[in-house]
Design a protein around this ligand. Structure first.
Ligand code: SF4
Length: 269
């Protein structure tokens, strides 16, 4: 079981915005979506890739081309070893591990093995997912996930397809399935000016989410421009050049609009 390997691009210790308490976040590489606002563009490609990295000290090989490789294959045992280092912090804070990405459900065998090992070791588990996955995969992992951080972006299917590259039907069906099984879910909405933050979309999201009885809270994640530089370093086009982050006032307005639906809403993760 522990010999299984997967592709990750980062493991972040002491994360406080990826679920309850102090957590270790494992970033899986590969995502079936292509959100225009994605601030982790290095997560999309499931394979290792070159990125220009002027901030880090480059290895001898990398110096020749001025680039580093992002993404590496790791074994379940290696990841588990990293997680076990932080158990004392999880216990003190009510934290645990969050499998994020990219899309963790794109590597179901690796994810499933990690989840099982976490359960054996008493580690609380979260998955940060777009929900774009087959039902079969959801069924394989569901019993070993304590909390789902579930991204919802756009209710209008055409808009969803335009801005993420895929439709939202399967995403919504999977969310409703989690609720049928009474799995706890925190919804995360990226607030992208002119795209997801429109009054129409917020109203539609509020109506939809309020019909789901497994949702503990809705987190509003304001757009930031942190990913822009990474697109340049990956030599990929950035499609949101002229968009500024939403103002604090606008974030509070959106929070209030969703609270009308009796939802518990938080700004930030
Ligand atoms: S689902 Fe998340 S990781 Fe995938 S492209 Fe969208 S923002 Fe990026």
């Amino acid at each position: 079981m522990l010999h299984e390997t997967g592709m990750v691009f980062d493991i972040k210790h002491f994360a406080v915005h990826d679920g309850p308490g102090i957590r270790t976040t494992v970033f899986f590489k590969g995502c079936p979506l292509s959100c225009w606002w994605c601030h982790n563009p290095e997560s999309k490609n499931p394979n290792p890739e070159k990125i220009e990295d002027p901030l880090k000290k480059l290895s001898e090989t990398s110096k020749k081309c001025g680039k580093e490789i992002v993404g590496r294959e790791v074994q379940v045992s290696e990841v588990l070893e990293e997680l076990l280092k932080d158990v004392i912090f999880y216990d003190e804070s009510g934290g645990g591990v969050t499998f994020s990405g990219g899309e963790p459900l794109m590597q179901p065998d690796f994810l499933s093995s990690l989840l099982k090992e976490c359960k054996i070791n008493g580690i609380h588990t979260c998955i940060d997912t777009s929900g774009y996955s087959s039902r079969q995969i959801i069924d394989v992992i569901i019993n070993n996930v304590d909390l789902f951080l579930y991204d919802l972006k756009l209710v209008n299917n055409e808009d969803h397809e335009k801005y993420t590259g895929v439709g939202n039907e399967m995403i919504m069906q999977n969310l409703e399935y989690l609720c049928e099984l009474q799995k706890p879910v925190i919804i995360r909405i990226p607030i992208i000016p002119g795209i997801t933050e429109t009054d129409d979309n917020i109203l539609q999201l509020g109506e939809y989410i309020s019909g789901l009885d497994c949702v503990l809270r809705v987190d509003l994640l304001p757009y930031n421009q942190m990913g822009e530089e990474k697109y340049r370093r990956l030599e990929k086009p950035y499609l949101l050049n002229n968009i500024n982050p939403p103002s604090k006032e606008r974030m509070f307005q959106i929070k209030e609009k969703l609270e009308v639906f009796n939802l518990k809403v938080k700004i930030g993760g």
